[in-house]
Design a protein around this ligand. Structure first.
Ligand code: ATP
Length: 248
């Protein structure tokens, strides 16, 4: 059986400030039901790729100057980010953006307001988020700004879930977190993928953990995809081992 492609990025170029060429022809695809990792070091272009999809480059004076991006066969370039959310695609930004002065639960609710749903649906979805993140339930009345880094990352993912996405673009979930928490977050990502059917495009510098949880990986270097393959194969690849997994 043929796997359905959700996101299809074809040979995109991104330029910042009219002169700085950052993506030099990136192509990748995200299948339905998969966890796809976008790997590479600092500055390789991972965040830029995600922002190109969700149309968040304009505020940074960046633009897609070549190539195309399709979601479910529909061209999504130049779509309003809110429109993309309605299509089922939501980005969780790097650095766990949450509203620090709101409580954990209020933060989650801001994700629900992107769609029109009844109070009963709202409560059902909150419960769904709390099943995956029991810690957030314990802390639901706490001000988000006073929760730990790991909890804020959970809030950011939980809020995205409240919009019932088909695909989450998840930027660097491991950033600044202790190894045990990184593991915990990735286990939840796997659970969401398996039980809720959420597809992920996951930008991550931590190749080791990403390749254990992802099904497929793309490695970006200097604005180009230099290698891609099933995660299990990349883990065994000598170059990946030497340059990205720190063993040879
Ligand atoms: P990181 O892990 O640091 O987020 P990344 O792989 O996500 O790395 P990007 O953030 O996409 O990389 O950055 C790719 C390149 O684009 C870097 O060289 C960066 O300096 C440059 N860049 C990013 N944003 C801008 C901007 N607004 N203006 C100019 N250059 C930028």
């Amino acid at each position: 059986t043929q796997v359905e492609t959700l996101l299809d990025i074809n040979n995109i170029e991104v330029i910042y400030n009219h002169v700085i060429l950052v993506l030099k022809g990136v192509s990748l695809s995200v299948p339905k039901g998969g966890i796809t990792a976008l790997l590479g070091g600092n500055g390789a272009g991972k965040t830029t790729t995600l922002k190109a999809v969700s149309n968040l480059l304009h505020s940074e004076r960046g633009e897609v100057t070549k190539g195309s991006i399709y979601y479910r066969g529909q061209k999504v370039q130049d779509l309003d980010p809110a429109e993309l959310v309605r299509m089922g695609v939501i980005q969780v930004m790097e650095g766990r953006h949450c509203f620090e002065h709101l409580t954990v639960e209020e933060n989650l609710l801001t994700g629900f307001y992107t769609r029109k749903g009844s109070r009963a649906e709202m409560e059902r979805d909150l419960e769904m988020v709390y099943t995956y993140f029991p810690r957030l339930k314990e802390r639901r009345r706490s001000q988000a700004g006073y929760t730990s880094g790991g909890e804020q990352q959970m809030v950011a993912i939980g809020r995205a879930l409240m919009s019932r996405p088909e695909t989450i673009l998840l930027d660097e979930p491991s950033m600044g977190l202790a190894p045990q928490l990184v593991e915990e977050i990735f286990e939840i990502v796997r659970d969401l993928n398996e039980k809720e059917g959420v597809s992920f495009l996951l930008a991550e510098q931590n190749t080791n953990v990403a390749l254990r949880f992802a099904h497929y990986g793309y490695i970006l270097e200097n604005g180009r995809v230099v290698m891609d393959g099933p995660a299990a194969e990349l883990r065994e690849n000598p170059d990946v081992k030497e340059f990205y997994l720190g063993m040879s």
